[in-house]
Design a protein around this ligand. Structure first.
Ligand SMILES: [Ca+2]
Length: 188
């Protein structure tokens, strides 16, 4: 028990709470694919708003269960900074016909449903939209039913891969490996 408490305290010390971030995998034509991309791949920042449209390179990743898929609680290093993956899912870019600015939405839960929340533009972050059908493919036309300011026909432009992270951590990979081994020793 003492070892466990020590480990938890240590993790709390070396992993300070970071800011919530959203990154979209910047690989044109890939679509939604939750498998780990190779290191060197580019991630596009969606949040925080002040960093929107800046790109970072994946410099390392930690596929803890070894299945080749990005899972919550795994870790990604972007531009040399380790970040904890909180969520992974599709980023859906939709356009109102004739509009110049896109709106980016994410499913609230599951893969086939009719409620999504907006992640861009920042002033509409977390606004929930209701659609007449699940969004399943690029070039699909959907109707947004609510809220009224978004009601009407929209075109699905892109469906990409995004992750939510808890922000940067200064922890080095060697330290991270030690923490993992300590927890594995506790479990074994
Ligand atoms: Ca994995």
């Amino acid at each position: 028990m003492r070892t466990f408490v020590t480990a938890v305290v240590l993790v709390a010390f070396v992993l300070p709470a970071g800011a919530f971030e959203i990154f979209e995998l910047n690989v044109p034509g890939r679509g939604y694919d939750p498998s780990w991309p190779p290191d060197g791949s580019s991630w596009h920042t969606i949040r925080p708003p002040e960093a929107y449209c800046t790109d970072g390179l994946q410099t390392d990743h930690d596929d803890q269960n070894g299945d080749g898929v990005i899972d919550p609680c795994e870790n990604i290093q972007i531009d040399g900074v380790w970040k904890h993956v909180e969520w992974i899912g599709p980023t859906i870019t939709i356009f109102r016909p004739g509009a110049r600015e896109p709106v980016l939405v994410e499913p609230i839960e599951g893969s086939r449903q009719t409620q999504y929340h907006i992640i861009f533009p920042p002033e509409a972050f977390c606004v929930i939209i209701h659609t007449d059908q699940p969004i399943v493919q690029v070039c699909q036309y959907i109707q947004i039913l609510e809220p009224p300011e978004y009601a009407g026909e929209w075109h699905v432009e892109e469906i990409d891969t995004n992750i939510h992270t808890n922000g940067g951590s200064p922890v080095e990979h060697s330290t991270w490996s030690q923490i993992k081994s300590w927890f594995q020793n506790l479990i074994n």
